[in-house]
Design a protein around this ligand. Structure first.
Ligand code: ATP
Ligand code: MG
Length: 292
């Protein structure tokens, strides 16, 4: 992440607005909007800077004999960052915590407390079905839908779910801005707690029972995780915390039962492989299904 001045932000915001009308914004259109306030040479310098850090992309159009500009996903991330700081949600971003398959994560500080800023990214597979839906048909003409709208929806869903699970062992959420999510950091000194997969449990049987009890709590709140595994559970100060909820669904969702079964299979599979603990999957799934 790089520091931006308010002029660069203004340019990015203008490009974001123009995205509704253009996939690639003609430079002339952008300059016309901004030249009311700034000199062209000043704007050119700012555009160079934004391009250098890959927050915007240029392309020459022979047809219209001018450059076309487009905000990149990194540019969008910086707009979220700007709003997080402006809104007083964080003081600053500290370091990159990880690159998930579907997101970039950064640690951040607010009043000496650690936060995690998670930027959702487009990732095809789980959202294939969306393309068949009426909702998709209605907005598919919008420019680069997949890069912008899907990550935003994933962030919205994760935010909604984490709010619904408030008080349980999940991250506390503070804000959702565009495709970005701000939550508390589970861990110490800005470092995330280890994942279950990285920890050698002393009492694996107890841990498994706790996970199953927690899972029941989630069901009681009407929610199925949908991607539960040893990689999405963090072990911190003897407790287990459940992260990574963008794909979670309500128990009324037609896919709920299938996802529940897969979650349980993943967890039991892990404890069997790693600790040789054998528990009948069918029995547990059946018990949970009764509660749905
Ligand atoms: N609230 C949090 N506190 C501490 N660490 C976190 C938090 N959220 C995420 N992390 C860290 O970042 C990693 C990736 O986060 P998450 O699983 O939410 O994203 P993802 O893009 O779905 O990743 P993946 O596809 O690899 O599962 C986690 O495994 C964990 O190490
Ligand atoms: Mg994950």
């Amino acid at each position: 992440m790089i520091g931006l001045d308010s002029y660069c932000v203004e340019i990015l915001e203008a490009l974001e607005r123009l995205r509704m009308r253009y996939l690639w914004v003609p430079e002339g259109v952008l300059l016309k909007i901004l030249q009311k306030r700034y000199k062209e040479s000043f704007l050119a310098k700012k555009l160079d800077f934004l391009e250098k850090y890959e927050l915007i992309k240029f392309r020459y159009s022979r047809q219209s004999n001018q450059y076309m500009i487009r905000i990149t996903s990194k540019g969008f991330d910086h707009l979220v960052l700007w709003e997080l700081i402006k809104g007083g949600y964080i003081d600053r971003i500290c370091s990159e915590v990880g690159t998930g398959k579907e997101s970039f994560l950064y640690s951040a500080i607010k009043n000496n407390e650690w936060r995690i800023a998670k930027f959702h990214r487009f990732y095809g597979a789980p959202f294939k079905d969306i393309k068949k839906s009426a909702a998709f048909a209605a907005i598919s003409r919008e420019v680069h839908y997949e890069e912008v709208e899907i990550p935003r929806r994933r962030a919205e869903n994760e935010y909604r779910i984490l709010n619904a699970l408030k008080g349980l062992n999940v991250p506390k959420v503070y804000a959702r801005i565009k495709h970005g999510l701000l939550m508390n950091l589970i861990g110490k000194d800005g470092l995330p707690a280890p994942e279950l997969s990285e920890v050698d449990l002393k009492n694996p049987k107890d841990a498994l029972n706790i996970i199953l009890e927690d899972y029941r709590e989630f069901i009681n709140r009407g929610i199925i995780h949908g991607d539960l595994s040893e990689f999405n559970i963090l072990v911190y100060e003897g407790d287990l915390y459940y992260i990574d909820w963008p794909q979670a669904v309500s128990i009324e969702n037609p896919a709920a039962k299938e996802l529940l079964e897969r979650d349980i299979r993943n967890i039991l599979g892990y404890f069997k492989r790693e600790y040789d603990i054998k528990v009948s999957e069918g029995e547990i799934v059946e018990k949970f299904l009764k509660e749905i």
